[in-house]
Structures are given as structure tokens and as C-alpha cells.
Ligand binder design. Structure first.
Ligand SMILES: C[S@@+](CC[C@H](N)C(=O)[O-])C[C@H]1O[C@@H](n2cnc3c(N)ncnc32)[C@H](O)[C@@H]1O
Length: 253
């Protein structure tokens, strides 16, 4: 749980062209909610991403007319697990794409000892409402700089001299769902940011292995390549995916 947040903050803004309200809120997950959940959180459907009962924080968007709502980010165990590789490897000058609820900030600044913190943590976020909502909570951490920009267009040269590069660790977390469509964007970002990273530095994207896996299994299914589908279903990533992912794969007759 992110324990330094005020759980009841709200901000008006726009999400993917729709006007509405961003709300930062605490929510409770009870055991019965988990078992009736149709998605990832249900341990009967997916033991690897299930949510344990407890109190969590989430950032939701609700459209003005109430017809659409979306959880943009939460601090459930699956989200923390998805960030483990990055949290373990982040050091020195760190760049993050996507502010969300600032889970990265909590892990890298708030929970670490001073000597272990990154010396610079730059976060690129394109949504001004999310920046307005979140930045008051970590204003005291001078290592954190939030820049309002699109990760696909931003260049660190536009923030000289406050932003110094090359970065030692870069983490892109701009997606709100795991999908094979994300993989092409991840490749674009990996190419773009390689220029601003140290040679031995780390570049990672949220749930990239899963997105690649989805892309590969869809392709194999479309090509009716049963051998590859079977191999992918049984590999390390395949064993963590929900059975419902398979039903989304359209196999032409
Ligand atoms: C899943 S959340 C990020 C979670 C965050 N890493 C954390 O630790 O809480 C995705 C965020 O990326 C932002 N975003 C989406 N597309 C973006 C883009 N092209 N450039 C910058 N930020 C973007 C969204 O507004 C949202 O705040």
C-alpha cells in the first residue's frame, strides 16, 4: 500500500480524448470479490496474477457522462511484481515513462535508504491532470523531476540543464493493459531511448515478455502452426497467462 498518499484526491481532465474525472482512491478487496472476478485477479483463473485480499490504492478515470471508467494504475501485488526487475536494477540516473500513482517513486525514493536512491529520477507523463493530482505527494523528494511530455516525442535535450544523461536505467510504463499491440510501441521506444542510455544500462517495458508472447501466439495461431502454439502455451511466460487469453486468439478456419 502507498501509505503516504491522501486517498481522496480528484482532478478534472481528459483521458484518450474523453472528458471526466481522475480519482485517487483506496479500495478494499475481499476474498469473495476475488473468487467472483472474471479477470486476472481470480486465483482460480490465474494463480500468477491473483490479488490477495487487502486494502489498495488505485487511480481511476470516470467519464463525465458516467458511461466509461477505467483503472489506470493500482498498487496490487501483481503490479508490484511486474515492476520487480526494474526496482532491483534501477540505479544512478533513472528515467520512467508514465507517472500513474507513482508506485515507482514509492519504491525508489520513499522505501530506499538515502545512499541507495537514484541520483536523478525523471518521470515523463503526458497527462496534466495526473501530474496535478500526484505531484503534491512527493514534492519533498528533490531527486524527482516530473516532465509533462509524450515519451514518443520527448528528448532530454529539451530539459537541459536540469536533466542529465546518459541514463543508467530506463523504464517505460505507459500502457494500461497487457496486449500484443503494445509490442510495436515498445520496440519504437527501445530504439529511440538507446541513444540516451549508458552502454551497459537497463531498458525495460512493463509486461513486455507477456506482450511479445501474445503477439507470437496470435501469429502462430493465424498460421495454424499448432507446434508453436503448444510450445508457447507451455513455456515460462505461457504458464503465467490466463486461459482466457487463448480464447481471444482467432484461428481462421
Ligand atoms: C500504468 S500508468 C503508469 C504507472 C506508474 N509507472 C506507476 O509507478 O504508478 C500509465 C501512465 O502513463 C501515462 N502515459 C500514457 N501514454 C503516455 C505517453 N505517450 N507519454 C507519457 N505518458 C504517457 C498515463 O497517463 C499514465 O499516467
Amino acid at each position: 500500500m502507498i501509505d503516504y498518499l491522501n486517498y481522496s484526491a480528484e482532478e478534472k481532465g481528459e483521458y484518450k480524448g474523453v472528458k471526466g474525472l481522475f480519482r485517487l482512491e483506496e479500495f478494499e478487496v475481499e476474498a469473495i470479490d476475488i473468487l467472483t472476478h472474471k479477470g486476472d485477479g481470480n486465483p482460480l483463473l490465474n494463480p500468477n496474477r491473483s490479488v490477495t485480499p487487502g486494502v489498495y490504492t488505485r487511480l481511476v478515470f470516470i467519464s463525465e457522462d458516467g458511461s466509461f471508467n477505467r483503472v489506470i494504475m493500482s498498487d496490487t501485488p501483481a503490479e508490484r511484481k511486474d515492476h520487480t526487475d526494474f526496482f532491483n536494477r534501477a540505479k544512478g540516473r533513472v528515467l520512467v515513462g508514465g507517472l500513474g500513482i507513482g508506485l515507482c517513486i514509492e519504491q525508489l525514493i520513499y522505501k530506499r535508504s538515502k545512499s541507495d536512491r537514484p541520483k536523478q529520477l525523471v518521470i515523463i507523463e503526458n497527462n496534466p491532470a495526473i501530474i496535478r493530482l500526484m505531484t503534491p505527494y512527493f514534492i519533498e523528494w528533490t531527486e524527482v523531476l516530473v516532465v509533462q511530455a509524450d515519451v514518443f516525442k520527448w528528448s532530454p535535450d529539451s530539459c537541459k540543464p536540469s536533466v542529465k544523461y546518459p541514463f543508467d536505467s530506463i523504464w517505460m510504463d505507459i500502457w494500461d493493459e497487457i496486449s500484443d499491440r503494445n509490442e510495436a510501441e515498445m520496440t519504437t521506444l527501445a530504439r529511440k531511448y538507446t541513444h540516451w542510455k549508458t552502454r551497459e544500462g537497463y531498458f525495460g517495458c512493463w509486461a513486455r515478455a507477456e506482450c511479445k508472447w501474445m503477439r507470437d501466439i496470435r501469429k502462430a495461431a493465424q498460421e495454424k502452426n499448432g507446434k508453436v502454439v503448444k510450445r508457447l502455451m507451455n513455456n515460462k511466460v505461457g504458464k503465467t497467462m490466463m486461459p482466457s487469453v487463448y480464447s481471444n486468439i482467432v484461428i481462421p478456419l
